[in-house]
Write a protein that binds this ligand. Structure first.
Ligand code: HEM
Length: 208
């Protein structure tokens, strides 16, 4: 499985899209269903029969000259022990569902593309995109920055955004006025949550 990242412009800023890509999805779906075939010379064809066209093949079969587009009969003539299986739609659907599950553990916004690709919005990366924000890793409250995407966008905007802003204003304002000498306590590097969707500190040590 490959993982790549691309950017697209939302009109309000750049949004990082991650792609999980499984090359040769028909073959990987078969190997997932029949793991005992891993390491064997395998070819997946579009249908049953000697004239069915090869859609994908394993590295071992490829090394023997088997290739996408040839018929099952041609492939077998090149490699006697070749295991040939017809494409199984349920196996492919099941592999795609597993890929979607993996993507959803990173982001609630995922889209399944044909040919074994899943695209996901990496919200945790959008507000630190060096292409959209100057010095994205620094926090300078005196600088007006480009619009952020912390509350989503367009049809997927957060319904509680105004409440969350009010809560933050009240909570941060109350803490600062209640503890005017509040300062960060230096206890090593702060620990962040392991999330690509929403970034945040696990804890922050302060003193007053
Ligand atoms: C700092 C606090 C918050 C942040 C960063 C935040 C962030 C977000 C984001 C990014 C989305 C869009 C997710 C997507 O792509 O589907 C969302 C959706 C939503 N949020 Fe928030 N949220 C916050 C607080 C709240 C609060 C306080 C409420 C309600 C009291 C709320 C209610 C909702 C609801 C109902 C949706 C779904 C909207 C829809 O799909 O139409 N959020 N939020």
């Amino acid at each position: 499985m490959y993982c790549t990242g691309v950017q697209y412009n939302t009109g309000m800023g750049n949004c990082r899209i991650g792609c999980l890509y499984v090359p040769d999805l028909p073959l990987q779906a078969l190997l997932r269903a029949e793991p005992e075939l891993s390491g064997a010379p395998v070819a997946v064809t579009e249908s049953e029969g000697p004239r069915a066209v090869v859609l994908a093949c394993s590295a071992l079969a490829h090394r023997a000259g088997v290739g996408v587009g040839m018929t099952a009969a041609q492939a077998r003539s090149l490699l006697a022990g070749l295991v040939v299986r017809a494409l199984s739609a349920p196996q492919v659907r099941s592999a795609q569902a597993a890929l979607l599950d993996a993507a959803r553990s990173f982001s609630p916004r995922v889209a399944l593309e044909p040919a074994g690709e899943v695209c996901l919005v990496l919200t945790g990366a959008t507000n630190r995109d060096p292409a959209a924000f100057e010095d994205p890793d620094s926090l300078d409250l005196s600088v007006k920055r480009a619009p952020h995407l912390s509350f989503g966008l367009a049809n997927n905007i957060c319904l509680g955004a105004q409440l969350a802003r009010a809560e933050l204003r009240i909570a941060v304002g109350s803490i600062v006025s209640r503890f005017p000498t509040l300062r960060l306590e230096e206890v090593g590097q702060p620990a962040f949550r392991d999330s690509l969707f929403l970034r945040g500190l696990r804890h922050l040590h302060v003193a007053w």
